[in-house]
Design a protein around this ligand. Structure first.
Ligand code: ASP
Length: 345
């Protein structure tokens, strides 16, 4: 295909790329170099589409940070050759991957769009075709100056384009599998694709050289506060030698039990220099530790607010910042910075 734009379609695995094998009825990944045969609609765009297939293809439950590093390197290697990148990925950890990538790609001026589907692409009622076709259209869309309309890491699903590091998987069976409750959709596909220009984040400079930062430190534990939590579990997760940072998923606006033993363990972990990040369990809203005495006590004990970041976003942000520096005080100081549109600030 000869066209004005070119897209690299990267297939990592997941439901979207499965096709029913007529011989035994099982779902198997299909050869993505044959994508035009499977989705002839793609041939109607004036876009050149090249494909890259990961080996092995994985269920996204098996995603590891090494996949994010490989994706970042692949995008870096091919950056000048393409106008945009569409990454086909399983839905289960798509929000984690999109969040992490958003922090690993610096001076991004081209779209990187994750998509997938709830039903395989070969199934008659599949949502995969619409997700794929719209993702390709958005990834190749430019303004009159030739700049990408959405130079961000995003997730496209069920007609909505969402900021990757604001997204979360909310349904295992509805076509609307993702939402970004804390941030508006960047675009919506109806009869035409309507871009929400005010919500889209443009690079500080369109000419600054694209680069990647692949150093990740994964020594993070996630603690979901719940009634009945015990000191033993708390101490294990917060104070363990192997833990450098803890995402504390707290109640409401950042609240946690006010019992003495609870706060003592938080102080013990803070005293050991751990990075303690407060993230709300709520689907939307922000941490505000000044609102209630229980939140204030956490702040005094050394916990840093994650504001309205998602857990997936917090994980990517911590992995990235800790990969950049071994200094936990520096990491804590940067948690309040809005690095890639992950918090409202
Ligand atoms: N388990 C699959 C995966 O995340 C589900 C999907 O693709 O939607 O890879």
């Amino acid at each position: 295909m000869i066209g004005t734009s070119s897209i690299l379609l990267i297939y990592t695995g997941g439901t979207i790329g499965m096709r029913q094998d007529p011989s035994d009825g099982t779902l198997k990944p299909f050869d993505f170099s044959q994508i035009l045969a499977e989705v002839p609609e793609l041939g109607k765009f004036a876009v050149r589409i090249d494909t890259f297939t990961f080996d092995p293809l994985i269920d996204s439950s098996d995603v590891e940070p090494s996949l994010w590093q490989s994706l970042a390197r692949l995008i870096k290697d091919k950056y000048d050759m393409y106008d945009g990148f569409v990454i086909l990925h399983g839905t289960d950890t798509m929000a984690y991957s999109a969040s992490a990538l958003s922090f690993m790609l610096e001076n991004l001026s081209k779209p990187v769009i994750f998509t997938g589907s709830q039903l395989p692409i070969g199934v008659p009622r599949t949502d995969g075709k619409e997700n794929l076709v719209s993702s390709v259209e958005i990834a190749s869309a430019k303004d009159k100056n030739g700049h990408a309309l959405v130079p961000e890491v995003c997730i496209f699903f069920d007609s909505k384009l969402l900021r990757g590091n604001r997204s979360t998987k909310v349904s295992s069976e509805e076509f609307r599998a993702f939402r970004s409750p804390g941030y508006p959709a960047l675009a919506e596909a109806g009869i035409s694709i309507r871009y929400n220009q005010a919500a889209i984040r443009n690079p500080e400079s369109w000419t600054a050289p694209f680069r990647i930062s692949t150093a990740l430190d994964t020594r993070v534990s996630v603690l979901k506060i719940h009634p009945g939590i015990t000191p033993q579990v708390m101490r294990y997760l917060l104070c363990g030698e192997e833990t450098r940072a803890v995402i504390m998923e707290t109640y409401g606006s950042g609240n946690a039990p006010s019992k003495e033993w609870f706060l003592d363990i938080v102080k013990e972990a803070a005293g050991k220099g751990k990075v303690l990040m407060n993230v709300t369990q709520c689907l939307s809203g922000t941490v505000n530790m000044d609102l209630y005495a229980t939140g204030k006590a956490l702040e005094k004990a050394g916990v840093v607010s994650g504001m309205d970041i998602t857990t997936e976003g917090a994980l990517g942000k911590l992995f990235h910042l800790m990969g950049e520096s071994g200094d936990n005080e520096w990491v804590k100081a940067r948690l309040g910075d809005n690095l890639k549109g992950e918090i409202s600030k």
